[in-house]
Design a protein around this ligand. Structure first.
Ligand code: AP5
Ligand code: NA
Length: 342
């Protein structure tokens, strides 16, 4: 058993059931989707979900970015309930399925349950080695800050030492994010945030900017880094330079900010304070790649599984890459039954 106390890491995000299938480029064009993107759906996509479940062979896979990461972290930690998850679902079959899959993985799920809105879904449309995500948040979008005020959740928040929130959650409940981030800063804990998708920097930059001063660890991939740079008015697309600038943004506590940017098979860029390190990635042979869906989430899960044990950045990145590769070798963000990581 891991000596790590229970409820060390709290994750907060949208719990979504992924509806995954393979589509042609023409299908993406028809619904106005890009090959490699993550967006929120609007009313014009309702018929797309109908078409998908009617005409395609779809797989239902537990998803939602932070929940994926926590499932992966639990898989590596191999001791239940070291991580807790907050997010909102409906009172329905999909919500029950998400809860059972998360619990099975060892995540201590504390959903806010909305009796009148359906559990959120995410179309994960695979096209070759690309994937296009179109999230229908539904119940996930109804999360309210009072869920955090519940006595049982207050206790968990006091116990926790690390927090992981996705940029995706900025579209849902910024006050809840600020509450956890402020608590973290006040008690000298560690608050981590993922940029999640370019649209967050493009369309929710004001809210994102309010949270950044409280962020101790910032995750993202190269596209998200570029969108963040653009929103900040930085005229560079160099991932290292963006990471340095992000690390140097104003910060509430004196702890130096850590920035971790992944770039697929290219090296992981890490900035600690003003020091840049590149961690090379062992490229997977093409025949071993099933789909990269969830690679970024798995990387974060692996990274955090070590980081919350007080292991250093190098050990955390190594485990992040290991976890990402295991997920790339399988459909969706799913892990093999046994974890061989030591
Ligand atoms: P998705 O965005 O697919 O997952 P991801 O984990 O972010 O995967 P990406 O493929 O985007 O990876 P990345 O670009 O972040 O990482 P990178 O390629 O740099 O999201 C999946 C989930 O998002 C779904 O479950 C869905 O439910 C959820 N979601 C969507 N919208 C949402 C919303 N609004 N709210 C909540 N959830 C939402 O790779 C990372 C690492 O992988 C690399 O550093 C490396 O170590 C490794 N790696 C990558 N490629 C290779 C390679 N070729 N060989 C070896 N290692 C590799
Ligand atoms: Na991503």
């Amino acid at each position: 058993m891991s000596p790590l106390p229970e409820n060390t890491l709290i994750g907060m995000c949208n719990p979504l059931l992924d509806i995954q299938t393979t589509v042609e480029k023409a299908f993406l064009d028809k619904w106005g989707l890009k090959e490699n993107d993550a967006i929120l759906c609007d009313d014009k996509h309702n018929d797309m979900f109908t078409e998908l479940t009617r005409d395609f062979k779809v797989e239902y896979i537990p998803g939602g970015a932070a929940q994926n990461s926590l499932r992966v972290a639990q898989w590596i930690l191999n001791a239940p309930n070291r991580t807790v998850f907050f997010g909102a679902v409906g009172k329905d079959q999909y919500g029950d399925l998400l809860a059972s899959k998360a619990k099975e993985a060892g995540v201590n799920v504390h959903y806010q349950i909305n009796e009148t809105v359906k559990t959120g879904t995410c179309a994960a449309l695979i096209n070759g080695t690309h994937r296009s995500l179109c999230a229908h948040l539904a119940a996930a979008n109804t999360f309210t800050q009072d869920h955090l005020q519940k006595e049982e959740n207050q206790k968990i928040i006091e116990q926790a030492k690390y927090f992981y929130v996705t940029g995706f959650f900025i579209t849902v409940c910024p006050p809840a994010i600020l509450q956890l981030a402020s608590h973290s800063a006040e008690f000298n804990k560690t608050f981590t945030l993922n940029l999640s998708a370019p649209f967050i920097s493009q369309f929710f930059f004001d809210k994102l900017s309010e949270i950044i001063p409280l962020v101790d660890v910032l995750f993202g991939n190269e596209d998200e880094a570029a969108a963040f740079a653009k929103a900040n008015g930085w005229e560079t697309t160099c991932v290292k330079e963006i990471a340095l600038k992000a690390a140097a943004l104003p910060k509430k506590s004196t702890k130096p900010r850590l920035v971790v940017f992944t770039q697929g098979p290219e090296p992981v860029i890490v900035v600690e304070g003003d020091k840049v390190t590149e961690f090379p990635v062992t490229r997977l042979p093409k025949e071993e790649i099933v789909d990269t869906n969830g690679a970024g989430d798995a990387f974060v899960g692996g990274f955090l599984s070590q980081f919350i044990q007080g292991k250093g950045v190098e050990a955390s990145v190594t485990c992040g890459s290991y976890a990402a590769q295991e997920i790339i070798k399988k459909h969706g963000c799913t892990v093999p039954s046994v974890c061989k990581y030591h």
